[in-house]
Design a protein around this ligand. Structure first.
Ligand SMILES: *[C@@H]1O[C@H](CO)[C@@H](O)[C@H](O)[C@H]1NC(C)=O
Ligand SMILES: *[C@@H]1O[C@H](CO)[C@@H](O)[C@H](O)[C@H]1NC(C)=O
Length: 357
């Protein structure tokens, strides 16, 4: 009951905020371009042609998405899609895998399911586009844009106006540290050492993004992986609602991530980086979200069983499969990262503020 009530409250808040957002979104987008980096939480089809088990280009994924099945790991729109709408983009930002010259002017989505900050994360599932490779792809996009715009000064100024969203790191836990049979990291590093190592690498990657012209960057912290149905099924909860030690590990990562975001703001006064706190956003009352069963029938791998029939009350479900939120949950996340409801949601700026800077 408490859970339903909480979801319902988020809904009311969401409906309230939607009014403001609808008001803002008229005419031109807030920024000319929007680039998306990350994993399956934002992937919009980049994995479809890769040799990997981490794909979502089959039913029942995409059942509530306007264009149907696209490779998005949810029933409808992702957080990145929704933020794009709030920013005023009338089309979804195209995946890098298929983006045409005409499409890249408004941005590119580089997200790749199972990808991580670390190169090897997700490798037991097959190919994936790690964050380093996503950054290399961005270098290629910039060359394409430079050719199209045929004015280097213009392109440089243009890139500074875009919003950049980065949502990555979950697979460095789920498909790396939490799988000691497939990856050595847990035998080498303590939870604290591993978080420090990840965040140091992410710091370098975000600096590279800055060097490539990014000035408005929203960095998403990790959600509470210990509350994902697939992790609960794997590790058990000892009578608690979630796998506490996993959430503790994620918390350490998030705290360190927030501090490097502050450090980037100090190191680069003309760069505006902001940290989005998913813990704050997903728990409106400040306590742990109560985990809920996934909407679709999931296999051993936590993904929806192909062609299975998903639950009917998708609008009231938090998880679509064993790992990924439903469009409803994505809407709450996107809405509160766009316009923060609590000062904890986004710091120092929410995305609507970032767009106006
Ligand atoms: C190139 O772009 C800059 C910045 O928008 C502009 O000031 C300049 O006039 C442009 N140069 C040419 C040759 O069009
Ligand atoms: C995120 O928000 C939660 C809940 O408000 C808070 O306890 C936590 O310290 C925040 N995390 C960071 C890294 O700021």
């Amino acid at each position: 009951m408490a859970r339903e009530l909480r979801i319902f409250c988020s809904f009311l808040i969401f409906v309230g905020v939607m009014h403001i957002v609808t008001f803002v979104v008229t005419g031109e987008p807030q920024v000319p371009c929007y680039f998306i980096f990350g994993d399956s939480l934002v992937d919009s089809g980049n994995n479809n042609k890769l040799a990997t088990a981490a794909k979502a280009n089959y039913r029942p994924y995409g059942i509530d998405f306007p264009q149907g099945i696209t490779g998005r790991f949810t029933n409808g729109r992702t957080v990145a899609d929704l933020i794009g709408e709030f920013l005023g983009f009338t089309e979804f930002i195209p995946p890098y895998a298929t983006a045409t010259d005409n499409e890249i002017r408004t941005g590119v989505n580089y997200g790749s399911g199972s990808a991580g900050i670390r190169e090897e994360s997700g490798s037991h599932l097959g190919d994936r586009i790690s964050l380093d490779r996503q950054l290399n792809n961005h270098v290629t996009t910039i060359s394409r844009l430079s050719l199209l715009q045929s004015n280097k000064t213009f392109t440089n100024e243009y890139l500074k106006k875009c919003i950049y969203l980065s949502n990555i790191g979950s697979n460095d836990y789920i498909n790396n540290y939490l799988m000691p049979n497939n990856y050595p990291t847990r035998n080498i590093y303590t939870v604290d050492e591993y978080a420090a190592l990840l965040v140091e690498q992410y710091f370098q990657q975000l600096k590279m993004l800055y060097d490539l012209g990014a000035r408005k960057v929203a960095v998403f912290g990790l959600g509470q992986i210990g509350c994902a149905p697939a992790e609960i099924a794997r590790f058990g909860t000892n009578g608690k609602p979630c796998v506490e030690w996993i959430n503790d590990a994620v918390k350490i990562f998030n705290e360190k991530l927030k501090s490097i975001v502050n450090e980037l703001n100090n190191d680069y006064p003309d760069g505006k980086f902001t940290f989005i706190n998913l813990t704050s956003i997903s728990a409106p009352q400040g306590d742990l979200p109560i985990p809920s069963p996934p909407c679709c029938r999931v296999g051993e791998d936590g993904q929806c069983v192909p062609n299975s029939t998903p639950c009917l009350l998708r609008a009231l479900s938090v998880f679509y499969d064993g790992f990924h939120p439903t469009e409803t949950a994505n809407t709450v996340i996107a809405t509160r990262s766009y316009i923060a409801l609590s000062p904890m949601d986004a710091s120092p700026y929410d995305i609507s503020h970032l767009a106006r800077l």
